[in-house]
Design a protein around this ligand. Structure first.
Ligand code: ADP
Ligand code: MG
Length: 219
């Protein structure tokens, strides 16, 4: 589902990344661990199409991301990738339900229909937030905000789910709960799951743990 081939990327004048190969199959759950500043977020941004590689490619669900126009890449990302950001990245003036539906609101060609809205509500209800769908992010606890961010990543039923230290700000019970939600959804839809994490106690739950230092070679 996710194929990285000889990927190279450099920020102007600074950090450079070279990842020879990484693949995550449908339904597979892979954790990536590594020190801060090693390039994990950069890799997730490249895999999701938020950033574009200088060389090599990312193939998502059979589509080579690097060959797409900016617009098509945005559409592919909206339709097939769910991304849970480390800092949640919720929109503070929108209620929880509208935050979950955000992928439908950003000109990505996805249709915000009845089914999508029903799915958003069902996810929030599953996540214990059925009574809080109209609350804004600042009216929710940290763990609740994270669940909204996870629901937003799942609402399109993406083929690939990427999570960037998504459990880092949560207490142990909420960490486990967040992972349960991600895993249940991935199992349900057969999505590939790629999670950057610092939570070593969560690693046994993954099918595979990849050390970033072994993944990325000197650029
Ligand atoms: P990690 O997620 O593993 O902590 P990052 O991918 O965020 O690492 O960053 C890798 C390196 O790239 C760091 O040295 C960081 O300072 C640098 N970096 C991150 N974002 C940018 C950017 N937008 N411009 C220039 N350098 C950046
Ligand atoms: Mg990071």
């Amino acid at each position: 589902m996710i194929e990285v081939r000889d990927l190279r990327f450099a920020y102007g004048g600074g950090f450079a990344l070279h990842v020879p190969a990484l693949s995550v199959g449908a339904g597979e759950r892979v954790a990536v661990v590594g020190p801060s500043g090693s390039g994990k977020t950069t890799l997730l941004n490249l895999v999701s199409g938020i950033a574009v590689a200088d060389a090599g490619d990312v193939v998502l669900d059979g589509v080579a991301v690097g060959a797409l126009s900016d617009r098509d890449r945005r559409r592919l990302r909206a339709a097939r990738v769910g991304f849970v950001f480390q800092e949640f990245a919720l929109v503070d003036y929108l209620p929880a339900e509208e935050n979950v539906l955000y992928p439908y609101r950003v000109g990505t060609g996805l249709r915000l229909d009845r089914a999508a809205r029903d799915r958003a509500r069902a996810l929030l209800a599953d996540f214990g937030l059925g009574a809080k769908t109209q609350r804004r992010p600042h009216q929710l606890s940290q763990g609740e905000r994270q669940r909204v961010a996870i629901a937003r990543a799942l609402v399109t039923r993406p083929k690939a789910i990427l999570a960037d230290e998504a459990t880092g700000n949560l207490d142990p019970a909420n960490k486990e709960a967040a992972l349960d939600l991600l895993f249940a959804q991935a199992a349900d839809t057969g999505a590939a799951l790629l999670c950057v994490t610092h939570d070593h106690e969560l690693l046994p739950r993954f099918d595979r743990v990849v050390d970033f230092a072994a993944l990325a070679v000197a650029a």
